[in-house]
Design a protein around this ligand. Structure first.
Ligand SMILES: [Fe+2]
Length: 211
């Protein structure tokens, strides 16, 4: 971030409490629904050929259009869905938001390990119906071992950390990829992405649940 004190600090003000509260109050949110049909249709675009970088993740996130100044399902929480195709080993990465996973379909494991994917003692094996977690700043990678794709629902406090300008990410794994997740530093959660990548991304998806 570039800044200078040469013209003072005209972004810093002292205000009365009533004005302060007026700025804090947010528009209320309407109750929502995101249909399973829409989510499954979105999953259909992630074929073997349509991946992010070779071993990176992909998926869709539920967004509430009433949210102002943030994104996600609720101001502090996001819910994302990700398919992992048979045999896929996704890339190790870590972030300072927690990941809570509900495994809807398939079978596999998550390696939670700074040392790599081969150590069996740090794997968390899962199958449909299980809930697993990768706590904040634990390096993790998912592997699908079933013949059918695995489907993951992930609950994150990603939006809350971004809103606080406090989100840190190493994605993919490696200190050279450590980033403060704010505008102007990274265009995406994945440090391999460029702005041009995002513009021509074939994985873009948008659907509004109609009924
Ligand atoms: Fe993650």
């Amino acid at each position: 971030m570039k800044w200078t004190n040469e013209n003072g600090f005209d972004w810093c003000e002292v205000i009365d409490i009533d004005s302060f509260v007026g700025k804090l109050l947010q528009p209320d949110l309407r109750p929502g629904k995101w249909s399973g049909d829409d989510i499954r249709r979105a999953m259909g675009i992630y074929t073997k050929e349509n991946r992010r970088h070779d071993d990176q993740r992909r998926g869709v996130t539920l967004n509430h259009k009433d949210l102002v100044g943030s994104a996600g399902l609720s101001p502090g929480i996001s819910i994302s869905f990700q398919p992992i195709l048979p045999g896929e080993k996704l890339a190790f990465h870590r972030h300072n938001y927690v990941a809570i996973y509900y495994w809807i379909e398939g079978e596999g494991y998550t390696a939670n390990d700074d040392e790599g994917i081969d150590r069996h003692e740090t794997r968390v094996y899962w199958k449909a119906g299980d809930v697993t977690t990768s706590p904040a700043w634990v390096n993790h990678a998912h592997v699908c071992t079933s013949e059918k794709p695995a489907m993951q629902m992930a609950i994150h406090d990603f939006p809350e950390l971004c809103y606080k300008r406090a989100m840190l990410s190493e994605d993919p794994d490696g200190h050279e990829n450590l980033r403060h997740m704010v505008k102007g530093v990274v265009p995406s959660f994945n440090n391999l992405d460029t702005v041009e990548d995002l513009e021509k991304r074939s994985q873009k998806f948008e659907a509004v649940t109609a009924e």
